[in-house]
Design a protein around this ligand. Structure first.
Ligand code: G6P
Length: 368
């Protein structure tokens, strides 16, 4: 594996464009493409006999875990307890019953995530880790290692590790659903098919949205604050979008559950705070559109990231509408990560920041 920037200006850009390949590679570890089913033996966790799953991580890996929570609960009917590692380890959380613990980390060295893992050691039936660096401490201390095959990630802001973590979580949620008898064969094969086709779609989307996002990012670089909204699995994507933007462009950004708009951030809405709405045409779409209307009614400028159906279903005026192909719910968080990453990347490039080495941040946080 050669670690250079190739034809790209930054490692982050290179890593964004590697995603079709590394996601495909990661999925093939957990999914039997020929058979069209998940590989049951890829999980060394006895999902059928669990009462619950505890998950913990930091930063971008935590947001991947939040998406995973929705998936485990929906597809495997498995209750999930999740928290950022720096809280998880100190909460004195009771760990009763049949519980497995799952930690998500690119580096495998994050101090708080490691401490959370150790906290669970005596109580969890199985300690699992979704980890990119296989020789890491967290990989060594886990019973079950679920590799993300992203290759080395150099940019401090995580991109390809995130979509690979989502790929593993999607596969594990399906494996759990199959083991627990909550996912029908029809649903499983449909979702597998959607995941198999995803990397090709990623390639198309990376090409098609690029010019529009560059234009949009030039405009965004004029603002001081940006709000991101999403519902369901798009909520963690909103959090991730805000994190990426603040980390590398230094523009203040917040991610919110769309339904929480009325409970605070709506007070800030005016023409100076653009609102990025992540809204595939899923079962939450109508509700999110009504939140967008509340933003528009207060003079807020909307950037809508949706799909072809969503774009056809709304007449709201936006600053920009980024239109993606219609995909299965299990693929949406992976696909929507791409425009979210590109918006942060191009805005930071316009701001002239050090994209790969943003100030005050470290790739791997080994202090508490
Ligand atoms: C740092 C990095 C982030 C990363 C987080 C967790 O904050 O800058 O990109 O998401 O740590 O790191 P980990 O290696 O545990 O995934």
């Amino acid at each position: 594996y050669v670690v250079d920037k190739g034809n790209h200006r930054h490692f982050m850009e290179k890593e964004i464009y590697e995603q079709p390949e590394v996601v495909s590679h990661t999925l093939s570890h957990y999914i039997d493409f020929a058979e069209g089913r998940v590989k049951l033996d890829a999980a060394q966790i006895d999902f059928a006999n669990l009462d619950r799953l505890a998950m913990s991580a930091c930063g971008t890996a935590f947001y991947a875990g939040l998406v995973g929570k929705y998936w485990f609960e929906r597809y495997a009917r498995l209750p999930v307890e999740i928290d950022v590692a720096s809280e998880f380890r100190y909460r004195e959380m009771p760990l009763p019953g049949k519980m497995a613990a799952l930690f998500i980390t690119q580096s495998g060295e994050t101090a708080d995530t490691l401490a959370s893992l150790r906290y669970c050691k005596d109580n969890a039936l199985t300690i699992g880790a979704i980890v990119n660096v296989r020789e890491s401490t967290i990989a060594r201390e886990s019973d079950a290692v679920f590799p993300t095959l992203a290759g080395p990630e150099i940019g401090v802001a995580s991109t390809k590790a995130f979509t690979c973590q989502l790929s593993v979580l999607a596969a594990l949620a399906m494996i759990a659903g199959r083991a627990r008898g909550t996912l029908t064969l029809e649903d499983e094969t449909g979702m597998v098919q959607a995941l198999v086709e995803a990397p090709r779609l990623f390639n198309d989307v990376l090409k098609s949205v690029q010019p529009q996002i560059e234009t949009l990012s030039r405009e965004l670089s004029r603002f001081k604050d940006v709000l991101y909204l999403g519902r369901g699995t798009s909520f963690p994507l909103a959090l991730e979008g805000a994190l990426k933007l603040k980390e590398i462009s230094y523009i203040h950004a917040e991610g919110y559950a769309a339904g929480e708009l009325k409970h605070g951030p709506i007070a800030l809405i005016d023409e100076n705070m653009p609102v990025i709405v992540i809204a595939p045409h899923d079962r939450h779409f109508e509700k999110t559109v009504s939140n967008m209307q509340e933003v528009a009614a207060r003079g807020g400028q909307i950037i809508l990231i949706t799909d072809e159906k969503g774009a056809a279903a709304t007449t709201l005026e936006t600053m920009s509408t980024i239109v993606l192909p219609v995909v299965d719910d299990i693929v949406a968080p992976l696909l929507y990560a791409l425009p979210v990453q590109l918006i942060a990347y191009h805005t930071a490039v316009f701001m002239g920041t050090d994209v790969d080495q943003p100030r005050n941040l470290a790739k791997s946080v080994t202090v508490e």
